[in-house]
Design a protein around this ligand. Structure first.
Ligand code: JFZ
Length: 320
């Protein structure tokens, strides 16, 4: 039994916002893993991170002006740093700077008449009980395999569920929950992460209980309300085994990186993005287009210009 997905399908176009400590590093949201940084090294970004230019109203307005109907914010990415005031963790911008960016964005998005989506990472490279695997920053340590002896995913699971509960109870109606992600295979001598590692069924039940109207994606590793091909356009309308159209959403970056990546200039031109939007809608899907605010939370000029160009097109073609 799915919640009502009509609003989601009609929305067609949304804004993804990747923002976190990695935005201050300014070289991709996977920097902690890519550079094999320890928790102690990476925590130093928390000391300097200050989203003084994060303006939730400006983000919501930019989305609206682009013709988008919903905004999805990274509440916590794989680095484990929370953008809200979590009662179960000190590792948050609320503790370092006294800001609750989830609250700020939720209010701004509603004020613009848009829907609210919350992205939440199942992966957590900061939590001491989250086990090392083939994408974890500690994977190449000489003693990497013995590190897992003291780690207990059951304790992490309790923490994960507590944080998700906070997000589903503290911010009013949530329209969309984007969990990220399950890699249910083993590699390089490491066990991957399986739905049971999150208690995926329990997390889905938690959303159904606390936000029964919310649409949930499929990256818990169990079926949700929509499917999410990442950074590719399906070549046909997506269908189920019986040939019926299914609800799907492609998420796409502006330059290949989700988090702010200062020296990356491989931007998709606005006309390409318009074609991707048309391609998506023609195939019955949604396009969730990403921006990566910089380390201070400002929308990079290039991202803003691109959104404005998309707005010029969507206005011309019937969307206010
Ligand atoms: C994940 C994240 O690792 C990434 O940083 C970003 O947040 C993106 C939106 O989601 O990356 C994925 C997740 C799932 C797949 C591919 C990349 N997948 O299912 O193919």
């Amino acid at each position: 039994p799915h919640p009502d997905r009509a609003w989601f399908t009609e929305a067609r176009f949304g804004l993804f916002v990747h923002f976190g400590l990695y935005s201050a590093a300014a070289r991709h949201e996977w920097v902690m893993s890519n550079e094999r940084q320890t928790v102690e090294q990476y925590e130093r970004y928390a000391e300097v991170f200050d989203p003084d230019l994060f303006d939730a109203r400006a983000i919501a307005r930019a989305a609206k002006e682009a013709g988008m109907r919903y905004v999805v914010l990274t509440t916590k990415h794989h680095d484990g740093f929370a953008l809200w005031d979590s009662a179960v963790s000190d590792y948050s911008v609320a503790r370092t700077r006294g800001r609750d960016l989830v609250a700020e964005l939720a209010e701004a998005v509603r004020a613009e008449g848009l829907r609210l989506g919350l992205y939440h990472s199942l992966i957590d490279w900061h939590h001491p009980d989250f086990t090392v695997d083939f994408v974890h920053p500690r994977r190449d340590d000489p003693d990497a395999h013995t590190l897992n002896e003291g780690r207990d995913m059951a304790r992490y699971r309790t923490y994960l569920h507590a944080q998700v509960r906070e997000l589903l109870t503290g911010y009013g109606a949530v329209d969309y929950v984007f969990f990220d992600y399950t890699y249910a295979h083993d590699r390089d001598g490491w066990r991957g992460k399986y739905p049971e590692d999150w208690d995926a069924e329990g997390l889905l039940a938690l959303v159904r209980e606390l936000q029964p109207q919310a649409v949930v994606n499929d990256r818990l590793g169990i079926p949700g309300d929509l499917v999410t091909p990442e950074q590719y356009q399906p070549d046909q309308p997506m269908r189920d085994d019986d040939g019926a159209p299914i609800t799907w959403e492609a998420c796409q970056t502006l330059n290949g990186s989700w988090g702010y990546d200062r020296d990356n200039t491989r931007f998709k031109a606005p006309d390409l993005l318009v074609r991707m939007l048309v391609d998506t809608v023609a195939k019955g899907g949604n396009l969730l287009l990403n921006i990566g605010p910089d380390g201070r939370g400002a929308i990079p000029a290039r991202d803003a210009t691109t959104l404005a160009a998309l707005g010029a097109w969507t206005r011309l073609h019937g969307r206010s």
